[in-house]
Ligand binder design. Structure first.
Ligand code: BT5
Length: 240
């Protein structure tokens, strides 16, 4: 399956997502952009993603699905789930922090930035950007402005980037086509099982309460102290 994918391998690039968006019209569906390092790796809201160390994952997948009712807003959640399955292969219990983070022992090991490009009222393409810390020094992870970790620190061994990327792409594309048709409800149970936030006290978009779970469409359900239920579509979840 992997040898059917188009892979663009880059040395240093500003950002694999920016590269994909700049070249979107000439890139086919399911093209993978993968870089050695990034000079302007981005998180959400233009936050910085530390990306100057090689042998970590800086990868974007260009997706141009055809058909109706594409569950774009859930592709990030599908990718989060796939990442937890890959970490399992390394015997690491990774958890999802809604909407786009993967944590191990409450420390961030991976983040996803998905971006959509629109033409005149149509979607030109969807870029799913994935950063995973595979090989970082203790010193570097400690310099990140939130608790962070890397796979080499957890398994106490260097991690083979090519092996990790292959495992990820294999797992991602194994059920991606099916996921486009079946949507979030087909992964909801597994997503909730792998989630870190459910049942916890959280704060998001100035709402304080208990995260009850996610809806059939993957939105976050928060119940506040007055027992009012809030459905959250986007935001930064803080566990308190
Ligand atoms: C994310 O944003 O977590 C999405 C990160 C996506 C990065 C990939 S790499 C390939 C592709 N090309 C890009 O340019 N981006 C994507 P957000 O939820 O906004 O989290 C950003 C925050 O994570 C920062 O403000 C830091 O606190 C933290 N952070 C930055 N670098 C990190 C790292 N290497 N490991 C763990 N945490 C990090």
């Amino acid at each position: 399956m992997l040898n059917k994918l188009k892979i663009v391998q880059l040395g240093e690039v500003d950002s694999t997502n920016s590269y994909a968006l700049r070249n979107l019209s000439s890139l086919d569906d399911k093209t993978i952009i993968i870089a050695e390092t990034q000079t302007s790796g981005r998180g959400r809201f233009e936050r910085k993603w530390i990306s100057d160390v090689p042998n970590n994952v800086y990868l974007s997948i260009v997706l141009k699905p055809s058909g109706e009712n594409i569950p774009y807003s859930n592709i990030t959640q599908y990718a989060c789930l796939v990442l937890t399955r890959v970490f399992e292969k390394y015997k690491i219990d990774a958890r999802i922090k809604w909407p786009n983070d993967i944590l191990v022992d409450n420390k961030k090991i991976s983040g996803i930035l998905s971006e959509m490009s629109y033409g005149c009222s149509t979607v030109r393409g969807f870029v799913l950007g994935i950063g995973v810390n595979l090989n970082l020094s203790e010193e570097l992870v400690n310099s990140i402005n939130q608790p962070a970790t890397a796979l080499n620190l957890l398994i106490k061994n260097d991690v083979d980037k090519i092996e990790f990327v292959n495992l990820f792409l294999e797992e991602f594309f194994k059920s991606y086509d099916e996921f486009l048709v079946s949507g979030f409800s087909s992964i909801k149970n597994e997503y909730e099982q792998k989630s870190l936030f459910i049942g916890k006290n959280i704060e998001i978009n100035n709402i304080n309460g208990i995260a009850r779970g996610v809806t059939a469409d993957g939105e976050l359900i928060v119940v506040d102290k007055n027992n009012v239920e809030h459905i959250v579509l986007a935001g930064d979840l803080l566990m308190i």
